[in-house]
Each structure stands twice: as structure tokens, then as C-alpha cells.
Ligand binder design. Structure first.
Ligand code: NAD
Length: 277
């Protein structure tokens, strides 16, 4: 069977989770090219997973593979989507925040017939939000609850001099739009973006952030209301085994999208070969 050739952009924690998923062998895809701003990370990844992959820049990567996986940084997303469009490669974007302020990128990809796969990240319930959108959504809210330590260093708290030391009760530290949340809590950007894309966009999606001294995990709750009724979906996330600052479910959602993309790719190939034969 012809496996889908994957070009990885970003050889960090999520890139490693992708390699681990592919190593198991039941996703019809293989890493064929690696790009990282820090070449030594790409070299390390090739060694660790014994990949016969080319280590190259984004342009060469996009030219030589079937599918791109971006798991690097929001700042590189526009370049990845541009390369995907020029080389007619579908791609999976993990750094969803990079698409939040540039929705025209998604439109450009659509117009060129390039599919951009967006993972659900650390959230559940986006299928219901997407379905609800078809009938009209009135309100979509994301409530993120974290132990106070998990919010340390957030620009919003620093700018307002909000201290969470010695907090005894849950405290709402932010209530605003998803677009505002991205600047205030950059670590929340991917969940806010994923929900915005599934539902009513970053200006209408509400985000609340709660510092909760009783919380033992980061949780995300979605409430969506519309013509369909009301949806409530919640995840209580454990950290990734490789990165305490990232939810494991986020990496796994990327792997699940990659599996779906690879299965669709090999099926299209087989159908194409059948027609030729
Ligand atoms: N969608 C989600 O739910 C979700 C969840 C967690 C992380 N993310 C995003 O995925 C991305 C990767 O996360 P991670 O935990 O693997 O990070 P990481 O820091 O472990 O790895 C990122 C890798 O990308 C490389 N890199 C950085 N900028 C680059 C550039 N411009 N070009 C090429 N390589 C570059 C770094 O050198 C590093 O090796 C981040 O943008 C993060 O915000 C998304």
C-alpha cells in the first residue's frame, strides 16, 4: 500500500507524539521530510525514530511530500498555508492561533481546493457546535478552569497586577471575547481558536477563565445554545507525558486528524489507480 508521505514542520513535543503514533504502524502515513527552525531538533528526531526523512526548509518539504503537518509556532502558519496552496498539499495545522487573526488564509485554501485539517485540541463537543451552526447559534461560551499556578505569567494578570497567591475560592479572572482572550491568555489560544472556527467566530465566542485552587487538572467546558437546543461538553485534561504544559488530548486530537487524512488519501489513491486500470 502506498503510504501518505508526511512533511513535519516543528520537531518538538507534538511532532514527537505524531512520530510515536506513526511508529505504531496502523496509520497509513510515514514521515518523509522534517523542518525545524533549530536544525538539531530535526536531526535528533530523525535519529530517535530512525526516519529516512529529508531534513530541509519549508519549501523543499512542501515540494516533496503528500501532506504537511504544522506543529511549530503560530508565526509560521501563514507560510505553511501559502506553501500548501502553491504545492497543492492538504495540511494539518496545530497552531490554530496562527489562523485566528487571518481567516482569509482558510478562504484562500478553500478556493484553491486545498483542505486544511483543524484538530479539536483539548476540547470535546465541537461536532455538536458545528452541527448547531447549521441551524443558527445564539451563544457559545468556553469556560477554562485551571489551578492558579497554571495561570502564572499570563500577560492579562501581570498587566492588571492580579495576584492569585493564597487564593481560597474559585475566581473568574477573565470574561471577554475569544479574540480578546488570545492576547490576554496566549496559552489558551488554541482552544479559543478551535471553538471559534467550529461555531460563531472569535468576536462572538465568549471565553471565561477561572483560577480554581481546588482544580487538579485543566478543564474546558463548552456551552452552546441555538435553534437546536443547548449543548454542554467538558474535558478534564491530563498533561502530555512529554510536556507538562500541554494537554495530552491536544496531541492525540492531532494524531486522530492525521489518521483520518491519511485514510482518505490512500482511499483516493486506490480509487484513482482503479480508474486508470
Ligand atoms: N491545537 C492545539 O490544541 C494545540 C495544543 C498544544 C500546542 N499547540 C501548538 O502546537 C505548536 C507546537 O507545540 P509543541 O508543544 O510541540 O511545541 P514545542 O516547543 O515542543 O515544539 C515546537 C518546535 O517547533 C520549532 N519551531 C518554532 N518555530 C518554528 C518555525 N518558525 N519554523 C520551524 N520550526 C519552528 C521549535 O524549534 C520546536 O522544535 C505550538 O504552536 C502550540 O501552540 C496546539
Amino acid at each position: 500500500m502506498h503510504k501518505m508521505k508526511v512533511g513535519l514542520i516543528g520537531c518538538g513535543n507534538i511532532g514527537t507524539d505524531v512520530c510515536i503514533a506513526l511508529q505504531k504502524g496502523d496509520i497509513p502515513a510515514e514521515v518523509a521530510a522534517l523542518t525545524d527552525i533549530d536544525r538539531s531538533r530535526a536531526e535528533q528526531m530523525a535519529r530517535s525514530f530512525q526516519l529516512s526523512a529529508t531534513i530541509c526548509d519549508l519549501e523543499e518539504n512542501a515540494a516533496s511530500v503528500d501532506f504537511l503537518v504544522e506543529c511549530a509556532d503560530a508565526g509560521v502558519v501563514a507560510k505553511v498555508v501559502d506553501a500548501a496552496i502553491r504545492h497543492r498539499r492538504d495540511c494539518l495545522i496545530l497552531s490554530l492561533g496562527g489562523l485566528m487573526t487571518t481567516p482569509e488564509l482558510l478562504e484562500a485554501a478553500r478556493q484553491h481546493g486545498v483542505q486544511i485539517w483543524l484538530p479539536s485540541g483539548a476540547l470535546a463537543g465541537l461536532d455538536g457546535v458545528r452541527a448547531g451552526r447549521e441551524g443558527g447559534l445564539d451563544r457559545v461560551t468556553l469556560t477554562t478552569r485551571k489551578p492558579p499556578g497554571g495561570l502564572k505569567g499570563a500577560p492579562y494578570l501581570a498587566e492588571r497586577g492580579i495576584s492569585l497567591d493564597g487564593l481560597k475560592e474559585p475566581k473568574v479572572v477573565f470574561d471577554g471575547t475569544a479574540l480578546e482572550a488570545v492576547k490576554a491568555f496566549p496559552k489558551n489560544v488554541n482552544v479559543a481558536a478551535a471553538l471559534s472556527f467550529a461555531g460563531i467566530g472569535p468576536e462572538r465566542t465568549r471565553v471565561r477563565v477561572i483560577a480554581d485552587p481546588r482544580a487538579t487538572a485543566n478543564s474546558h467546558e463548552i456551552v452552546a445554545e441555538g435553534a437546536f437546543g443547548r449543548l454542554v461538553a467538558m474535558t478534564e485534561n491530563l498533561p502530555s507525558p512529554r510536556n507538562a504544559k500541554s494537554s495530552y488530548l491536544a496531541s492525540l486530537s492531532g494524531c486522530a486528524e492525521l489518521r483520518a487524512a491519511a485514510e482518505a488519501f490512500v482511499m483516493r489513491r486506490a480509487e484513482g489507480a482503479g480508474r486508470c486500470g
